[in-house]
Write a protein that binds this ligand. Structure first.
Ligand code: AMP
Length: 214
């Protein structure tokens, strides 16, 4: 019979970038550390300082996909990614409270849109569609993959939907936040099937993370 200790290591998918910078100290507080530094290594899979855990380091949207499909057992990812890509197939047992920011609409302070349909540039196309639809505003959503702030300046869009932390990026480009859509922080997520098959180890990790954030 297969016991939890004879399974392959529990795989935790980490989000690269700002979230990773704030995640690593939290994991270290739980006694969990990758053997190589994922901020400088080109590896994609990282062994941990204990044999029953390993990490993969991905973009946030891919963390959601890996955990949903069960290719990773658990993940650390921004709430923005869960809102945009859906949290079906996942449990979200813990708000880690790190990389806090918000999802906002932004644009010029005085509307430049003279009565036509609103053009909204964003990488959060599902969130944007739902937001404007709920307000009864007809919006054409233009998918972009980076530098959303550029779109109103180049008259590609009237507004953007983006992550705002300090607001400095908006201000530096002559834009202002218009509407708050959601508060965002980083969540620990678990594949629903893995929560059953790897229950003991996952509950240990969740309670260690809870202690670390408290
Ligand atoms: P800020 O100028 O501080 O408002 O930061 C805004 C820019 O930083 C945005 O374009 C975001 O892409 C990025 N950013 C800020 N906070 C986060 C976060 N918690 N997670 C991901 N990206 C972020």
């Amino acid at each position: 019979m297969t016991t939890e200790s004879t399974l392959q290591p529990l795989t935790i998918a980490l989000t690269k970038g700002r979230i990773l910078d704030e995640t690593l100290p939290l994991l270290a507080q739980c006694g969990l550390e990758p053997l190589d530094d994922p901020r400088s290594s080109r590896r994609l899979i990282f062994e941990a300082n204990r044999p029953d855990v390993r990490f993969v380091v991905l973009r946030g949207s891919d963390v959601v996909t890996y955990v949903r499909q069960g290719a990773a057992d658990a993940g650390i990812v921004g709430k923005d990614m869960l809102l945009e890509h859906g949290a079906q197939g996942l449990y979200e047992p813990l708000d880690l409270g790190i990389a806090r920011c918000s999802l906002q609409t932004a644009g010029f302070s005085a509307s430049q849109n003279l009565g036509s349909r609103l053009r909204v540039a964003t990488k959060f196309v599902n969130i944007a569609r739902a937001h404007y639809a709920a307000k009864g505003i007809q919006a054409d959503v233009i998918p972009l993959y980076g530098a959303m702030e550029l779109a109103p300046l180049m008259n590609l869009a009237d507004e953007i939907v983006d992550i705002v932390d300090t607001g400095n990026t908006l201000r530096a480009n002559g834009l202002v936040p218009l509407e708050h859509i959601a508060d965002v922080s980083t969540r620990f997520v678990v594949n629903k099937a893995a929560m059953r098959t790897r229950h003991a180890l996952l509950t240990d990790i969740i309670s260690a993370l809870k202690d670390a954030i408290d």
